[in-house]
Design a protein around this ligand. Structure first.
Ligand code: DAH
Length: 339
C-alpha cells in the first residue's frame, strides 16, 4: 500500500531528462496501472468520514503528476531533445496567401497607367445627392436622360438622395473643390436598379477621368485614350470613336478598342466586328463647367468613364458578371498580379 506522502515525494524527486524518463514517469504515476490509480483503488478501504478528504488529496496528486509530465514534455520539445522525431525531409506546410480580386487588379492597372501621365486619384461618396449625380451634370429634373440610369433612390422629395449611378458625380465634386488645371481619375462602385443576370448587376465599378485646363482639345482626348488602350491591351491596340450622347459632354463619343482576341479579324467575342466597346467620353459641356464654378470661356476639358468589369471581362474572358461577387475560391484563385 502506497501512502499519500510517499507518492508525493516520489513525484517530486523524479527527474525527467529525456523522452525515456518521461515515459517511465507516465507509466509509474499516471498510467492505468500506476501509483495514483492504486491510491484511487484504496478509497474503498477508507472509513466513510475520511473518504472525501482522501479523494481530494489523490486528485491533487494526480494534477501534480500530470502537470509535471506536461511541462517536461513541452520543455523537451522546445529544447530540441526531441530532435530525432522531427523529419527534416518532409515537405513544408503549405501556407496559402490568397490573391487580389480581378477587379482590384484591373483597377490598379488603370490607375497605374493614368498616374504615369500625371493624373491624380480622387474619390467621392457612394450615397449621393441628386445635384452631384444628375443636375450639375446637365440632367435637368424630369429629363428622359435620367432614365438611362435606373436609380436606387434612398430619399425622394426636395433634395433627393440616391446610390450614385456613375462615378461622373466625382467630376462635379472635384471641379467644385479645386481650381484648374485638373487632371484626375476617380475609381469607385456604382449602383443601378437592374435585374441581376450574366450581363447586368445592381452594382458594378467604374473609373472616371477628367482633364480641365486652358486649350484642352478633342485631339488631347483621342491621344490620351489611344495611349491608355495601348498600355492596357498592348502596342497593337487601336481605337475608334463613334458619335454618341451624354448630357454632360458635347461632343460625346463611344470608344471601341480593336479586339485583342482576334486582332481585329472578327470572332465571337467581338461579334465579328473586330471592335469592342470600352468607354464613353467627350468634351465637358460648358454648362457643366459653369455649374461647378469654372469659367467656360477660359477653360475647356475632356471626360471619360469606363466600367472595370467590362475591361476585366475582355482581359480575362470572364463571361458572367455574377462571378465577380460570388466569392467562389475556384474563380478567385486564378488571378495573379504583381500590383
Ligand atoms: N457616366 C457615364 C455612364 O455611366 C459614362 C461616361 C460617359 C462618363 C461619358 C464620362 C463621359 O465622363 O464623358 O454611362
Amino acid at each position: 500500500m502506497s501512502s499519500l506522502e510517499g507518492v508525493a515525494s516520489e513525484i517530486n524527486s523524479f527527474t525527467i531528462n529525456n523522452e525515456k524518463d518521461a515515459e517511465e514517469f507516465r507509466i509509474k504515476f499516471i498510467g492505468s496501472k500506476g501509483l495514483i490509480k492504486g491510491l484511487y483503488l484504496e478509497l474503498k478501504n477508507i472509513s466513510p468520514d475520511q473518504k472525501k478528504k482522501f479523494g481530494q488529496q489523490v486528485n491533487g496528486l494526480k494534477l501534480l503528476a500530470e502537470e509535471k509530465y506536461n511541462c517536461a514534455k513541452e520543455r523537451l520539445i522546445k529544447t530540441g531533445s526531441n530532435i530525432s522525431k522531427v523529419d527534416l525531409t518532409k515537405p513544408g506546410i503549405d501556407e496559402s496567401v490568397g490573391s487580389r480580386h480581378p477587379l482590384s487588379i484591373v483597377r490598379n492597372e488603370i490607375i497605374d497607367i493614368f498616374t504615369k501621365i500625371g493624373f491624380s486619384v480622387s474619390e467621392g461618396p457612394e450615397i449621393e445627392d441628386e445635384w452631384h449625380n444628375f443636375s450639375a451634370l446637365n440632367f435637368p429634373p424630369e429629363h428622359p436622360a435620367r432614365d438611362m440610369q435606373d436609380t436606387f433612390f434612398i430619399e425622394k422629395g426636395e433634395q433627393e438622395i440616391a446610390l450614385r449611378t456613375h462615378t461622373s458625380s466625382v467630376q462635379v465634386r472635384v471641379m467644385e473643390n479645386s481650381k484648374p488645371p485638373i487632371r484626375t481619375i476617380s475609381p469607385g462602385r456604382v449602383y443601378r436598379n437592374e435585374a441581376i443576370s450574366a450581363r447586368a448587376h445592381c452594382f458594378f465599378h467604374q473609373v472616371e477621368g477628367l482633364y480641365i485646363d486652358k486649350n484642352v482639345s478633342f485631339a488631347d482626348l483621342k491621344q490620351t485614350l489611344l495611349y491608355f488602350a495601348k498600355e492596357l491591351f498592348g502596342e497593337k491596340a487601336q481605337i475608334r470613336l463613334r458619335p454618341s450622347y451624354f448630357p454632360f459632354t458635347e461632343p460625346s463619343a463611344e470608344v471601341d478598342v480593336s479586339c485583342s482576341i482576334c486582332n481585329g479579324k472578327g470572332c465571337n467575342v467581338c461579334k465579328y466586328t473586330g471592335w469592342l466597346e470600352i468607354l464613353g467620353c467627350g468634351m465637358v459641356d460648358p454648362t457643366v463647367l459653369e455649374s461647378c464654378g469654372i469659367d467656360s470661356h477660359e477653360y475647356s476639358g475632356f471626360a471619360f468613364g469606363m466600367g472595370i468589369e467590362r475591361i476585366s471581362q475582355l482581359k480575362y474572358k470572364v463571361n458572367d458578371l455574377r462571378m465577380y461577387s460570388e466569392n467562389d475560391i475556384r474563380f478567385l484563385k486564378q488571378f495573379t498580379s504583381n500590383i
